[in-house]
Design a protein around this ligand. Structure first.
Ligand SMILES: [Mg+2]
Length: 267
């Protein structure tokens, strides 16, 4: 991985060779700093201004695991492409789309929700986040002494349910997340956004996707854009498919500012 702010001329060249950038952004840990609870995460006024300015110059999408209604409220900018709930729903031009989920899968998730929610009384600091057809459980603010037992208990409840149904369980950044396995991950979400912008653009040349993400679930997106894209991970890690990294979330604003300073063809 290369430090992105030291290789901006290389990135500039890649953008110039194509028809400008299409900016694809994760929310948590990228536009917002990681907050103790999901509700507390917010986009700073500075980043909001930058994203708005970017959207006036080139296509911008927000790719997130959060629900569509929630991410729209958090971002507060209209006219972006939103790919939410890990690609289960998206909105373009104010039009809401949902992917069909089998009834049996929804029932299995509801069963898991019923079993997990009551754990809150035994584990103070557990945060349960209901996301309609999926859910997440965070233990970032839990007392460290409880964490091992908590992980063991939650895994023993969820693993059998995951095995029996088409579900996907992720455990990353002190968060468990259970969702339908619909063979759709952030990789599919970024390819969807990339194709959407390429079809929408009037020019023959296609914009080059730039994806910025910060966690292991973003690795699918980095892999998907390996051949034709600019992939940046927030936080240097030993193993990542992203070509570049940023030291921390604050550098996202620095990068967006740089992007805005480029002479780019109009969209
Ligand atoms: Mg993230």
């Amino acid at each position: 991985m290369k430090y992105v702010l030291s290789h901006l001329s290389e990135i500039k060249k890649m953008i110039e060779e194509e028809s400008g950038p299409a900016l694809l952004l994760d929310f948590d840990g990228v536009l917002s700093a990681i907050a103790p609870t999901p509700a507390e995460a917010f986009i700073s006024e500075e980043n909001k201004k930058l994203v708005k300015a970017c959207a006036e110059r080139f296509p911008v999408a927000v790719i997130t695991g959060r629900k569509l209604t929630e991410i729209k409220e958090k971002i507060g900018i209209t006219g972006l492409l939103f790919v939410a709930s890990h690609g289960l729903e998206w909105e373009e031009n104010g039009k809401h789309h949902i992917k069909p989920i089998p009834k049996e899968t929804i029932e299995a998730i509801n069963l898991a929700k019923e079993k997990i929610r009551p754990l809150m009384s035994s584990y103070p600091g557990m945060i349960y986040e209901d996301k309609s057809f999926m859910f997440a459980v965070h233990y970032r603010i839990m007392n460290k002494e409880l964490v091992d037992a908590f992980i063991k208990e939650i895994t023993s409840i969820l693993e059998p349910i995951v095995k029996q149904h088409k579900l996907r369980l992720d455990h990353n950044l002190m968060t468990f997340e259970l969702r339908p396995e619909i063979n759709w991950d952030k990789g599919d979400s970024v390819l969807f956004a990339k194709e959407y912008f390429q079809k929408k653009g009037k020019r023959k040349e296609k914009p080059i996707p730039i994806y910025i993400g910060d966690s292991d679930t973003d690795e699918d997106a980095f892999v998907a854009l390996k051949e034709n894209g600019i992939t940046i991970r927030v936080g240097k890690t030993k193993k990542s498919s992203a070509k570049w990294y940023m030291s921390d979330q604050k550098e996202v604003g620095v990068f967006l500012k740089w992007l805005l300073s480029l002479q780019l063809p109009p969209i």
